[in-house]
Design a protein around this ligand. Structure first.
Ligand SMILES: Cc1cc2nc3c(=O)[nH]c(=O)nc-3n(C[C@H](O)[C@H](O)[C@H](O)COP(=O)(O)OP(=O)(O)OC[C@H]3O[C@@H](n4cnc5c(N)ncnc54)[C@H](O)[C@@H]3O)c2cc1C
Length: 420
């Protein structure tokens, strides 16, 4: 039974109503948890897009292989399966937290409990003028990715793409386009790519691989004006260079979707700060996923994590608390890998502190220690030690007596049973 785009909340007023703003991994995980724990009330699920719930982390596979099963990872019939009132393409525009009313593009709805899981969108600084002209795409949502796909097909191989921003998303779209035969150029204003995730040395391996796959990497290059009248025809850099392409993509960062909270008494910062139960400053209103600010594993600071497993974990934790089960969110580690590279790469935790390093042909192992405990590591080429390093890190094991072994290539997951 899918009650797609219902306008009414009067279906059965005696039933408890949980409304969820956002059908990404956080919202979906909350729905699954509610139903798995026998929640028999109404669940309303809002999204700003006209598609079944999808996983943004699978946009690359979708672009390359049309992998709809990976994209719609819970099935196209998710709403039906979980008896959800689905409000597709119905963004929430206002919220009245005191009176439990949300206003969508279409109507007003009353809720008993609310989960805000509205995720994040492209953030582009106003310093780059002309970014609101038609023709600028992003790799953050499905509708824009479909436009990239259509343009790539229309323009054909050898078309040029200009990608502004060399973070994780900029690098991933560059690799995907290169694999489709497009010639991508990635601009990054810093001296190395993915500066939030990678140290300079690891980034240089990634750049070599990008270049070998046909990606033109422009470091220390900052775009500041999109040119063109009706639509974008070029990008001017701060040094006056003009870059022209057939496809223009902004990958300049993300910002949590909280505009609909403007003027409400829900506390916001960069996103929505929540406590360890994922509650906002209203105890019947929760936030989860990219929009929520939760404690960092190391620093304890509140931040938006921007990771799929964190969103899933948040959604689950919030749902259990909504059901009255006391659940504390356990901060998760930052863990990243890039799928389209020619080598395996795993980057985990904090890349700060004493460094132990071993390098070889297509091989890099870097371990970061603070007070003799592993706080982060980079494994490039061979990731067979990921499990043991993760375990030592999470358990905060003192590795002083293991230091001479950690860099040996045979120190890998087979040691798990010996040391843990
Ligand atoms: C290209 C790409 C690759 C990625 N790769 C990885 C990876 O390899 N590993 C990893 O861990 N993470 C990855 N991520 C990040 C991961 O996808 C996100 O952290 C995750 O999707 C966050 O889930 P979420 O549910 O919080 O938000 P989102 O997935 O952003 O979903 C937000 C939902 O809210 C809806 N919405 C927004 N505003 C409103 C509104 N006003 N009213 C109603 N609905 C609204 C949207 O339509 C959407 O349904 C990647 C992201 C991208 C874009």
């Amino acid at each position: 039974m899918s009650l797609n785009r219902s306008r009414s909340t009067k279906l059965s007023d005696d039933k408890e109503k949980i409304h969820i703003i956002g059908a990404g991994p956080a919202g979906v995980s909350a729905v699954e948890t509610l139903r798995a724990n026998n929640f028999a009330g109404e669940i309303h699920l809002y999204s700003a897009e006209d598609s079944p719930p999808y996983s943004p982390a699978a946009l690359g596979e979708y672009l390359l292989q049309d992998e709809e099963d990976i994209l719609f990872w819970k099935g196209r019939n998710f709403a039906e399966k979980y008896h959800v009132v689905e409000h597709r393409n119905e963004p929430v525009i206002e919220l009245d937290p005191e009176n439990n009313i949300l206003t969508s593009r279409h109507s007003n709805y009353h809720f008993d409990k609310l989960l805000i899981a509205s995720g994040s969108s492209l953030h582009i600084s106003s310093v780059i003028t002309g970014h609101d002209k038609p023709g600028l795409l992003n790799f953050k949502n499905l509708s824009s990715t479909e436009k990239i796909k259509a343009l790539a097909q229309e323009k054909g191989q050898e078309a040029q793409a200009i990608i502004v921003g060399g973070g994780f998303i900029g690098v991933e779209i560059a690799l995907c386009l290169a694999q489709l035969g497009i010639k991508p150029s990635v601009l990054n204003r810093r001296g190395w790519i993915m500066p939030r995730l990678l140290d300079k040395e690891t980034a240089s391996y990634v750049v070599k691989d990008l270049e070998s796959q046909g990606v033109n990497v422009l470091l220390n290059t900052e775009g500041n004006e999109f040119l063109g009248e009706e639509e974008i025809t070029g990008l001017k850099t701060t040094s006056g260079q003009i870059l022209q392409g057939d496809i223009y993509i902004a990958a300049t960062g993300v910002k949590p979707n909280i505009e609909f909270l403007d003027g409400t008494s829900i506390k916001t910062d960069w996103g929505i700060p929540v406590n360890s139960r994922l509650e906002t400053n209203f105890d019947h209103i929760y936030a989860a996923g990219d929009v929520a600010l939760t404690r960092d594993f190391f620093s304890g600071e509140l931040k938006s994590h921007g990771l799929h497993p964190v969103a899933v974990n948040h959604g689950r934790t919030a749902a259990l608390n909504m059901l009255g089960q006391e659940q504390q969110y356990q901060p998760m580690l930052s863990m990243n890998s890039l799928k389209e590279l020619n080598f395996k790469l795993m980057v985990v935790g904090e890349l700060n502190g004493e460094v132990l390093k071993k390098e070889g042909e297509g091989y890099l192992r870097k371990i970061y220690l603070q007070e003799d405990r592993i706080v982060g590591f980079v494994l490039l080429g061979d990731i067979s030690a990921s499990g043991i390093f993760l375990s030592l890190l999470k358990k905060k094991t003192n590795v002083k007596d293991l230091k001479d072994k950690l860099l040996n290539s045979d120190f890998n997951n087979s040691y798990l049973t010996s040391f843990i």
